[in-house]
Ligand binder design. Structure first.
Ligand code: CA
Length: 383
């Protein structure tokens, strides 16, 4: 238990996500930010981003976390620490880490099946490689933005009767995803074993991988996503450390995967996402059912000798469950626009309209058995 007022809920001392508020590294406790450079003598915490701290590795992460828990729990520290706590309201949160490379996967069997049906009707929805290899692509890290950043509707080419046309996307969508942030880099030419995930990955962010479906559908053959994805990817302002999460069992895989993808302990994290569209909750995607785990994704993206760097972000791909109310994209929710959804204000939607706001939130079982909240990722679309 913490002495901080109101810190007995999902933002308690079992959570403690890291962020950057008004240019300084903080942890969140309740509705307050604790300024870390004021209470911990660690050079890496004086930077305006988390990268130097994330590069220190698991033993430093654990020591810092243990010390923060002690400072926020024990009454003997209260007088000293309380002066470095301040309300979150009114603070400006910035992108908490400098993003290295950004990789996006495609790990939900339900999502891949739905997209296969919509994009390749009449063919088997899952391509033959899907259950053997975590499918992914390299994205654009320079357009990863912090939650709250406005997203400008992209323009591009789309297919039309009589030839392609150019203009603002008319099928702008979201992808509700879970992102993993690399702390400890790997060496080029060496691979990160599938059981070494927690030695490299620092924490978790929520991701909205905005997607222009009309641009994507026309451009993606044969090399995959390009301008339909690269205009903006939003991440939460808070990075939840791996240490905060309970490990939960990941689904069994059939067929058996190749040895470099076979985990000794097959686990994932139990995030339950919520997709809010202009104030209406339209879907609750469950992350624990994803076919490929983040450990398999990291092993796969380095198995050829490619290295990862501090600040690299790899995202799960759209989180969709088997039910319509569990999908992480509006493409699936409205079945490519054929089945509009009704929002609480009485309006209907197929894809995103200018002025719309989409907010993703999540909870997850914490390592101590208590629920965690994750930082939201929100964005408003402008013309
Ligand atoms: Ca994506």
């Amino acid at each position: 238990m913490s002495w901080v007022p109101g810190a007995d809920g999902p933002w308690g001392v079992h959570n403690l996500p890291y962020g950057v508020a008004d240019g300084r590294i903080v942890v969140r406790i309740g509705d307050y930010a604790l300024d870390l450079q004021s209470v911990l003598a660690l050079e890496a915490l004086r930077a305006p981003v988390l990268n130097d701290f994330m590069a220190l590795g698991p033993s430093a992460w654990a020591a810092v976390r243990e010390r923060i828990v002690e400072l926020l729990s024990s009454e003997e520290h209260r007088a000293e620490v309380e002066q470095h706590l301040s309300p979150l309201a009114g603070k400006t949160m910035s992108l908490p880490f400098t993003v290295g490379d950004y990789v996006d996967f495609y790990s939900s069997e339900d999502h891949a099946t739905n997209v296969g049906k919509l994009f390749r009707p009449g063919q088997p929805p899952l391509l033959p490689n899907w259950k053997h290899i975590p499918i992914g692509y390299h994205g654009r890290s320079g357009t990863v933005v912090v939650s709250g950043t406005e997203v400008r509707r992209p323009s591009g080419q789309r297919s039309a009767d009589g030839g392609p046309v150019f203009g603002p996307s008319v099928r702008l969508d979201i992808e509700a995803e879970v992102g993993f942030v690399v702390g400890v880099p790997s060496v080029m030419g060496e691979t990160v074993g599938v059981d070494s995930f927690a030695e490299h990955v620092f924490g978790v962010v929520l991701v909205n991988d905005w997607s222009a479906r009309d641009i994507q559908a026309w451009e993606y053959v044969p090399l995959g996503p390009f301008l339909g994805k690269s205009f903006a990817t939003s991440v939460s302002a808070w990075v939840t450390p791996l240490a905060a999460f309970a490990r939960v069992a990941a689904p069994a895989q059939d067929p058996v995967v190749l040895p470099y993808l076979a985990e000794r302990e097959r686990y994932t994290f139990g995030l339950d996402l919520e997709v809010d569209w202009n104030g209406s909750v339209v879907a609750r995607p469950p992350f624990a059912g994803m076919y490929w785990t983040p450990a398999q994704q990291l092993a796969h993206m380095t198995v050829n000798g490619a290295s990862v760097r501090t600040g690299d972000l790899f995202a799960s791909g759209t989180v969709s469950g088997p039910e319509r109310g569990q999908v992480g994209s509006f493409l699936e929710l409205t079945w490519s626009g054929a089945e509009p959804v009704k929002l609480a204000d009485g309006s209907t939607r197929t894809f995103i309209e200018d002025g719309d706001t989409v907010t993703l939130t999540a909870t997850a079982p914490g390592a101590n058995g208590q629920a965690l909240a994750l930082g939201e990722v929100t964005g408003r679309v402008v013309a």
